[in-house]
Write a protein that binds this ligand. Structure first.
Ligand SMILES: Cc1cc2nc3c(=O)[nH]c(=O)nc-3n(C[C@H](O)[C@H](O)[C@H](O)COP(=O)(O)OP(=O)(O)OC[C@H]3O[C@@H](n4cnc5c(N)ncnc54)[C@H](O)[C@@H]3O)c2cc1C
Length: 214
């Protein structure tokens, strides 16, 4: 298996260079062909126009920006997600990157440059962009299962309480991933982890603790 990535370390932008380098080594030890610091520039498949069609037996052919080329049976493209908010066009809600809400999950209408809160609309989960006041006042979208689940409960409470009474939704950001038997668990906003403060290994698992810096 080959893995093409722009960064120099796997998941480096989310978990930092040091732990990213550790996860990179985990993949190397498990015989993943890592093509890091590179970018795909063009690809063709059996469905491409006749002049570009891949030869039989090659599912997809990918050209890289360093001049390299990869032939593979199949390609999985993982380039992030965009919130599906087109159906809200014309509602007045600020949907510039997901649905903008207050800290307590209420929708925000953008009227002639001025923002006003909509008591009857709440948004939660991946689609919501809200300020987590535990961190700062910048509205952000968070794509995590646990957050989405807690966010839904908080949004329902906020709908019943109304903007005046509803408390802000302030979850502690946390995530996990498990790759080749190594479980990585983080308690921090992605990209803001401090330097690792303790690390130890066991025969079957690697463990890294990172200091949370909100
Ligand atoms: C490949 C992948 C791997 C992931 N792995 C992890 C992980 O390991 N750990 C983790 O914490 N998170 C992970 N996530 C993120 C996690 O899945 C999301 O954060 C979570 O599912 C968000 O829940 P949600 O309810 O906000 O949105 P969704 O789960 O996306 O649910 C939204 C639902 O709304 C429906 N919908 C959309 N528009 C409309 C409409 N107009 N009318 C009616 N219904 C509509 C959609 O069909 C969908 O069913 C992963 C995501 C992906 C894609």
């Amino acid at each position: 298996m080959s893995l093409i990535g722009r960064g120099d370390a796997l998941m480096g932008s989310a978990i930092g260079a040091k732990v990213g380098a550790l996860m990179t080594r985990v993949h190397e030890r498990n015989h993943v062909d890592l093509l890091l610091g590179r970018n795909p520039v063009r690809w063709t498949t059996a469905d491409s126009p006749a002049t570009e069609r891949t030869p039989s037996g090659v599912g997809v052919r990918i050209w890289l920006d360093d001049g390299g080329r990869i032939d593979a049976d199949a390609a999985v493209v993982a380039v992030g997600a965009l919130p599906a908010v087109r159906w809200l066009l014309g509602s007045g809600l600020d949907i510039s990157d997901g649905v903008l809400t207050t800290a307590s999950c209420h929708g925000v209408v953008n009227e002639g440059g001025g923002l006003s809160v909509v008591p009857s609309v709440v948004a939660a989960g991946d689609v919501a962009r809200w300020p987590n006041l535990l961190i700062d006042s910048t509205p952000r979208r968070v794509e995590h299962w646990i957050t989405a689940s807690e966010h839904g409960q908080s949004a329902a409470d906020s709908l019943l309480l109304g903007p005046g009474q509803a408390p802000p939704f302030t979850p502690l950001p946390r995530f996990w991933t498990e790759q080749f038997g190594v479980r990585l668990q983080g308690v921090v906003r992605a990209g803001r982890a401090g330097r690792p403060w303790r690390r130890w290994r066991r025969p079957t698992a690697g463990r890294v603790c990172r200091r949370a810096s909100a």
